[in-house]
Design a protein around this ligand. Structure first.
Ligand code: M6P
Length: 431
């Protein structure tokens, strides 16, 4: 990526973006570029704040007072902050992410509204840039976020259950499929593979929409310049995907084809990712039945400062270039393999000893239970050359008789582009 030249965040300009400050019950609407859709604060505002309860919006960042330094985008205003000497302003910090992502409200301090945005647009070398992607979240009228970003596949896609053994229908969510070497990879987000060939059935043309408090909809269409497959006759293909948040905890299912005629496809997916995010996630080490309809407490796995760290070692005889991983759960690694930073929860070390990388921190960690999967996510590790900060994702599974007094041990499951995956069987993940 060349940040010195034209707008590197161009891909984000086509949309209006939203974020919510839940404590102050304020909703922000962001217009990043001149060409972006306007907010309710008029065309000159880049960031428009509005009470969740309604009322008139006020600008907290003017488009003409924009300043970009490296990956921080600031929008100033001419209003002085009553609490200080600076002006009311907005500061958006961009980081490399694997999807288009969403702006997240971070904090309001001295009239500066801080946001953070992990997006492929901020990566170097266009590493995660897709052919096409659309915003993949919605806020419901209560200001609760429903975010399908975790479902987006950077590679491959989802096989839709269509009850037909002779054909395969693949989709990605909010983004074109990336299946190098396989058919339909260029720009298609829905691909039908039959014995007669493979056919693109469209790509997302507009953002994810909310249908009701428990359902979301995504629509794919064929771009105007591409010809519809012959099998569709005079019809332009369309794919409607409806995501349904189940009414109680539910252990995951596959997307299903519920109707299909003349290349109009209706896909339904009952998935907890369609539920609001506060139901699925916490930033502590616990999920509670009141908030999450499930009770999980991983704190018994947290090591004290005198414990040896959890670690994963590749089988002996593996080459010295392979890695050992050190971990803790919701706390810092007791020993200093990756340095003395007090927030390191995941550390990667070459067996030969000549490389140490922080692969995740527990500041801003997320514990998520969705579709029956319990995962702990540590972001914020050392950067890879793409600009992506190394990240660790631990998938916990219930095993009542796990070794190590029920604690069990992490098993390294693989790396994709500086995200490190672990599986961990433990008695403390039993629900
Ligand atoms: C190290 C390790 C690997 C990682 C690689 C990334 O070798 O941390 O797990 O994939 O760095 O290298 P680069 O920054 O060149 O992308």
């Amino acid at each position: 990526m060349d940040r010195s030249g034209s707008l590197w965040y161009q891909d984000l300009c086509s949309y209006k973006w939203e974020a919510v400050d839940p404590d102050n019950k304020v909703k922000y609407t962001i217009k990043l570029c001149e060409s972006s859709p306007p907010t309710s604060c008029g065309s000159s505002a880049a960031v428009c704040a509005q009470n969740l309860s309604g009322g008139v919006g006020w600008s907290v960042g003017e488009l003409s007072l924009q300043k970009l330094s490296d990956t921080v985008l600031d929008y100033n205003t001419t209003q002085t902050c009553p609490e200080g000497t600076n002006s009311v302003q907005t500061s958006i910090s961009f980081q490399c992410g694997k999807t288009m992502g969403t702006p997240e409200f971070v904090t309001l301090s001295q009239c500066v509204h801080y946001f953070e945005w992990k997006t492929y647009a901020a990566c170097k070398k266009d590493k995660f840039k897709p052919h096409k992607e659309v915003p993949c979240y919605v806020f419901d009228p209560d200001g609760k976020k429903h975010d399908l970003n975790p479902l987006i596949k950077v590679r491959d896609g989802y096989l839709v259950d269509d009850g037909d053994d002779d054909s395969d229908f693949y989709i990605n969510i909010c983004r074109s499929l990336n299946t190098p070497g396989k058919p339909c990879s260029e720009g298609s987000a829905a691909c039908l593979i039959t014995t007669h060939g493979s056919f693109s059935m469209g790509a997302p043309t507009r953002p994810l929409e909310g249908l009701s408090s428990d359902s979301l909809r995504l629509q794919y269409e064929l771009s105007a310049d591409s010809t519809a497959p012959e099998r569709c006759g005079e019809h332009r293909p369309t794919v409607n995907i409806t995501f349904i948040c189940p009414s109680s905890r539910h252990s995951g299912s596959t997307p299903k084809m519920v109707a299909e005629s003349n290349c109009r496809y209706e896909v339904e997916w009952v998935t907890e990712y369609a539920c609001h995010r506060d139901y699925l996630e916490s930033h502590s080490c616990k999920l509670t039945s009141e908030q999450h309809d499930i009770s999980i407490d991983l704190t018994p796995l947290t090591l004290s400062s005198t414990d040896p760290p959890y670690f994963f070692q590749p089988p002996s005889g593996d080459d010295p270039e392979s890695y050992i991983y050190y971990l803790n759960v919701c706390g810092k690694i007791p020993t200093g393999e990756c340095g003395i930073d007090p927030f390191i929860s995941s550390c990667q070390m070459k067996k030969s000893g000549n490389l140490q990388k922080v692969s995740g921190r527990f500041v801003n960690q997320t514990l998520r239970y969705s579709d029956g999967d319990l995962s702990l996510i540590y972001p914020g590790g050392d950067k890879c050359s793409s600009g992506f900060q190394r990240m660790t994702i631990i998938n916990f599974q219930c095993n009542k008789t796990a070794s190590n007094k029920g604690r069990g041990n992490p098993v390294f499951a693989g790396e994709t582009d500086c995200t490190y995956y672990f599986n961990w069987d433990t008695a403390f993940a039993c629900v």
